[in-house]
Design a protein around this ligand. Structure first.
Ligand SMILES: Nc1ncnc2c1ncn2[C@@H]1O[C@H](COP(=O)(O)OP(=O)(O)OP(=O)(O)O)[C@@H](O)[C@H]1O
Length: 260
């Protein structure tokens, strides 16, 4: 059994809405994430996937519940090292990069913040990161708008890698990209996982993506976890009627090896 890296217990999120009733977006969500594992989160739009992901990444405060990383409780004000350790890959690669910064400066930010790199050490680390994600070093001086969507997502991945995290939270990282680019980005993420051993929390609308890359799956509906288990088990013998409906909606043509 792999070592547990993250323990999420009884997580809740209530959004306060001005002039309307409060909205309970995440209800009593618990799960664990092991080192080197990919946990896929699936569920219809509005089921609370992004809210869970943002609470895990410390981008949104939880209303209640606990998050324990490497045996240490993560308080609402996280230490710099805890922030470094969980990085987020965004759905929209272009808008997630500061348009006023050159690629080298986007990558320099986490390197300066977390590792205090300067000068030549900083420069060569930026080049290494560009190599790691398959972007030519000559792109250092370009701005995000001079890159394609897929290239921007590679920079988003390099920026996350720069922090040397143990967990990457990927919130639909390929859904804004063309099909061929999607599979290239997925391959890159898988290759990086193999070489660095980090863990992913992976949200995707396309269930075939989740099927391909996840070890375990969490199925969410209206803020709750309705089913969780090993990917093959959940996809081949779903127990909850909601999961059964989700799985049946996958076009057979895309998963010819699928048994219903
Ligand atoms: N800041 C907010 N204030 C109020 N309600 C919100 C806020 N953010 C999200 N919600 C609501 O919380 C619910 C869960 O949203 P969330 O974005 O987590 O769902 P999701 O499963 O990620 O959806 P999608 O697949 O469309 O991205 C939705 O009903 C959404 O409208």
């Amino acid at each position: 059994m792999e070592q547990t890296l993250l323990e999420v217990s009884h997580l809740n999120k209530i959004y306060k809405r001005k002039g309307g009733p409060d909205f309970s977006a995440v209800k009593d969500v618990s799960f664990t994430l092991a080192q080197g594992e990919t946990l896929g989160i699936v569920g219809e739009s509005g089921s609370g996937k992004t809210t869970v992901a943002k609470m895990v990444a410390g981008m949104l405060p939880a209303t209640s519940g606990s998050l324990v990383l490497n045996g240490q409780a993560m308080e609402s004000r996280r230490s710099k090292d805890m922030k470094r350790n969980i990085q987020y890959i965004f759905q929209d690669p272009v808008s997630s990069l500061n348009p006023r910064l050159k690629i080298k400066d986007i990558l320099a930010e986490p390197l300066k913040l977390y590792f205090n790199l300067r000068g030549e050490a900083l420069n060569s680390r930026i080049n290494e990161l560009l190599d790691d994600v398959g972007i030519p070093q000559s792109y250092r001086d370009r701005y995000p708008k001079e890159l394609s969507g897929g290239q921007c997502q590679r920079i988003g991945i390099a920026r996350a890698l720069a922090a040397e995290p143990s967990i990457m939270v990927c919130d639909e990282p390929t859904s804004a990209l063309d099909m061929t680019i999607q599979s290239q980005i997925l391959e890159l993420l898988q290759e990086l996982q193999r070489s660095r051993g980090f863990s992913y929390i992976f949200i995707a609308h396309g269930l075939e993506v989740i099927y391909t890359i996840s070890n375990r799956v969490l199925v969410m509906k209206q803020g709750e976890v309705v089913e969780t288990g090993a990917t093959a088990q959940v996809f081949h013998s779903p127990e909850h009627p909601y999961t059964q409906t989700l799985i049946q909606s996958i076009p057979k043509i895309e998963l010819p090896y699928f048994e219903y």
